[in-house]
Ligand binder design. Structure first.
Ligand code: ATP
Ligand code: MG
Length: 304
């Protein structure tokens, strides 16, 4: 398939799920099982995804050579929504040397002794690189919002903990992302939108299969009880932090093949929009290269 055609096909997957203005956003308007009417056989979807990953590998090479822009991919989701598998598949063709994945878990003692953005800022991708946050600073307005004791563990002066704290944090996150985008970090945020029913099916499947059960933690079932609170927290987060420069993608997650295609398409499109070219070399550099060639070729003759 020619490149342009692939981009066109991928492009049609993205727009319905991209949120750039949050005021009107309602999670209920998004169907976790949506595939936009596409039905694909496993092989076809895998083929398309392979093209997308190959393309991304080429783009990443130019990004690295440019050493100027960087890309931050933020993944947020309920358990078993497929964050790990999506990251693995979408990034499969990419040179590991230009890509960093960070999985953020419960904060350490040291991390809790700092402001909440501290640990994330330290991992923002360097120029020329793609950074992936598997969970992110959004946890601080999601799990921490749902479980009050986690906020208490953050050692914030009590006078600063008011009813406004979540709105304040969301505003801080929006400003943080503004700041990063003005530094040349392209930010894409993915919420893998899994349904309550599909999560249950996946948990049961994990329990059935010995090679999957290690992924299961009894606390995952306890978290399910807070499903509605999580949904409210996600909705508030997406409403407050969706911008043109750092959009959210509310990606249907009940069908894994579709999740992966949408994410791959969004990443390829975002980098493609930068229209990056390999850096041009100056005439001095060209002369130095010509000299190096002469030396190498001379060496060959001498060896004979
Ligand atoms: P998987 O379950 O697929 O292996 P995961 O991302 O759920 O991946 P876990 O080790 O199960 O990884 O869970 C990490 C936990 O850390 C999550 O429950 C998450 O909510 C929690 N966490 C992440 N960031 C924070 C934070 N800032 N404060 C408190 N808890 C956090
Ligand atoms: Mg987990």
């Amino acid at each position: 398939m020619p490149r342009k055609e692939i981009l066109g096909t991928l492009g049609s997957y993205i727009n319905p799920f991209r949120i750039t203005q949050g005021e009107e956003f309602r999670l209920a308007d998004f169907d976790p099982a949506d595939t936009l009417g596409f039905e694909m056989k496993k092989g076809e979807a895998a083929d398309l995804l392979r093209h997308g990953s190959e393309w991304l590998a080429i783009e990443q090479d130019v990004l690295y050579a440019q050493d100027s822009w960087s890309v931050l991919l933020v993944f947020q989701a309920m358990d078993a929504a497929g964050k790990d598998g999506t990251i693995k598949h979408v990034m499969s063709g990419v040179n590991p040397q230009g890509c960093d994945v960070f999985s953020f878990k419960q904060p350490s003692h040291e991390e809790l002794s700092h402001d909440f953005l501290w640990r994330y800022l330290a991992k923002v991708p360097q120029r020329g690189r793609i950074g992936i946050f598997n969970r992110s600073y959004y946890e601080d307005v999601l799990v921490v919002r749902v479980h009050r004791h986690l906020l208490e563990a953050q050692k914030i002066p009590p006078a600063l903990i008011t009813d406004k704290i979540w709105d304040e944090r969301l505003a801080d996150i929006a400003r943080f992302e503004d700041y990063l985008t003005r530094q040349g970090v392209i930010i894409l945020k993915f919420y893998l939108n899994l349904s309550y029913e599909e999560q249950k099916r996946r948990f049961l499947k994990r329990l059935d299969k010995p090679n999957k059960s290690w992924k299961f933690s009894p606390s995952d079932v306890r978290e399910r009880r807070h499903w509605d609170e999580y949904m409210q927290a996600y909705e508030a987060a997406i409403r407050a932090t969706s911008t043109e420069a750092a959009p959210w993608y509310v990606v249907p997650a009940d069908k894994k093949w579709f999740t992966r295609l949408v994410v791959a398409a969004a990443v390829v499109e975002a980098v493609e929009k930068l229209n990056l070219q390999y850096p041009e070399i100056s005439s001095d550099q060209a002369k130095a290269l010509a000299k190096a060639r002469e030396e190498l070729e001379g060496e060959k003759k001498a060896a004979k």
